[in-house]
Design a protein around this ligand. Structure first.
Ligand code: NOJ
Length: 463
């Protein structure tokens, strides 16, 4: 670790958001209905029955929001495009008024000197595809996704050079199609669900995963075919990271093996173009059904490896018996951040990129999300003192800097999130922003952490 804790020259300091969580204007300018509209409009699904109908009203306030990002010093912005704005029916005739919103946003970003990084799928599937095909249960959705992705790359290609196909396979597939149990310490797990809120069998779930990674691969090809030369493509996966208990070669090898195996349905097949034997044998071994051509598409070469990193998946130590590693349970007293699932461990931001390089030889890595919810309040003096988020930033980015100082090729960091927003099932109460949003007045107020972030960008270092 260098004494001045500098990041490499040219490092991207970004902030991130997603369409459903901030845009609002859910049925304006011809937008179609998404599965998240349907889910949040069903009472009891989201805390306090919050919805994305208005959210941060970013659709109308995007210019103010870009100015706020500029004031943070951000030189990159990762946003997502709402598929139902572009193809209200999922496929068919594009909706120019929806496309125009992203044209305006991109122009505003470029004028502010902020590089746009567009995510094509951040979970707001057109409802029509859910109704017609069962969403990602069908290969039709993967094909429709590629058509939409190619169209966007063609429309924005003169100004947007960086695309992420799909956000967090390991969240929306698992939580949406079955529900997922996450260990939070002391032997406890919490159950997370999401739209479209269906529950398929373990074998069917493997097929859903396959369609999601196939959709990614087809989209990579479509973006390359329809975007201009020089367009860069990756995904944004919440890789489940095994953290070695000890920093010894044996423990690190065990953690790498666990990381590779336990991401077999998503990351591993996208990086290697094959499913591991253990994965194929799991859940009765009947699925997924696939062809060699599909595997080649899934592993289409990428320009960068992009990962969302919040918490360790497991602590791992070596074992004599197969598979050569074992889980160390997370202790009940392990520190946590506000979100129920958020086990706090800054070292995960060292090990995640480390494993990307050591397991798959990644040559360009972006942290497409990292951040935390905190119980932020606007105080009488008009400020928000999110001291725990400042601690979180300093601690996690110290570990990221450790990775870059060892030559691990991390080229950018996007903080989740630019501003407080609709935290899916947790509603507006779980605030993740550097900027506070009053959801009654929609007034924005930069927090203490915004000062930290601005200074880190200015020095290109941990402060
Ligand atoms: C991951 C998701 O991509 C994002 O939408 C979510 O709000 C954050 N993590 C925080 O949970």
């Amino acid at each position: 670790m260098s004494a001045d804790r500098k990041f490499p020259d040219g490092f991207t300091w970004g902030v991130a958001t997603s369409a459903y969580q901030i845009e609002g204007a859910w049925n304006e300018d011809g937008e179609g209905v998404s599965i998240w509209d349907t889910f949040s409009h069903t009472p009891g699904n989201v805390k306090n029955d919050d919805t994305g109908d208005v959210a941060n009203d970013h659709y109308h306030r995007y210019a103010e929001d870009v100015a706020l990002m500029k004031d943070l010093g951000a030189n990159g912005y990762r946003f997502s495009i709402a598929w139902p704005r572009i193809f209200p029916e999922g496929t068919g005739t594009p909706n120019q008024r929806g496309m125009d919103f992203y044209n305006r946003l991109v122009d505003e970003l470029l004028a502010a000197g902020i590089e746009p990084f567009a995510t094509l799928y951040h979970w707001d599937l057109p409802q029509t595809l859910e109704d017609a095909h069962g969403g990602w249960r069908s290969k039709e959705t993967a094909k429709a996704f590629a058509d939409y992705a190619g169209f966007v790359a063609e429309q924005l290609g003169d100004r947007v050079r960086h695309y992420f196909t799909i956000n967090e396979f390991a969240s929306f597939v698992e939580a949406g199609y079955q529900g997922v149990d996450v260990q939070v310490g002391g032997g406890k797990t919490i159950h997370l669900g999401a739209a479209p809120a269906v529950s398929v069998s373990d074998a069917e779930l493997k097929q859903v995963r396959h369609h999601a990674v196939l959709g990614h691969g087809l989209a990579v090809q479509a973006i390359r075919a329809q975007g201009p030369e020089g367009t860069k493509v990756g995904f944004a996966e919440n890789i489940r990271v095994a953290v070695p208990v000890l920093d010894t070669p044996e423990h690190v090898r065990a953690a790498e093996a666990a990381t590779r195996e336990r991401n077999a349905g998503f990351m591993t097949v996208m990086m290697e173009g094959r499913y591991t034997d253990d994965y194929l044998a799991s859940a009765g071994g009947t699925t997924p059904t696939f062809t060699d051509d599909e595997l080649a598409i899934i592993a289409s070469p990428l320009d960068f490896v992009d990962i969302n990193v919040y918490r360790p998946g497991w602590y791992i130590e070596p074992a004599d018996e197969a598979p050569g590693y074992r889980d160390v349970p997370i202790n009940a007293s392990h520190p946590k951040m506000l979100s129920s699932w958020h086990v706090f461990d800054p070292e995960v931001l060292y090990w995640a990129p480390h494993h990307m390089q050591s397991i798959w030889g990644a040559q360009s890595i972006y942290i497409t999300e990292n951040g935390c919810a905190a119980s932020d309040v606007l105080t009488a003096d008009g400020r928000v003192y999110d001291s725990d988020r400042v601690m979180f930033l300093r601690a996690y980015l110290t570990q990221l800097q450790r990775a870059t100082s060892e030559g691990i090729p991390v080229h950018g960091y996007f903080h989740w999130s630019a501003q407080d927003n609709l935290e899916w099932m947790d509603g507006f109460g779980n605030r993740f922003g550097l900027i506070y949003v009053d959801f009654e007045t929609l007034e924005r107020t930069p927090k203490l952490s915004a000062d930290w972030f601005r200074e880190a960008v200015r020095r290109n270092a941990v402060v």
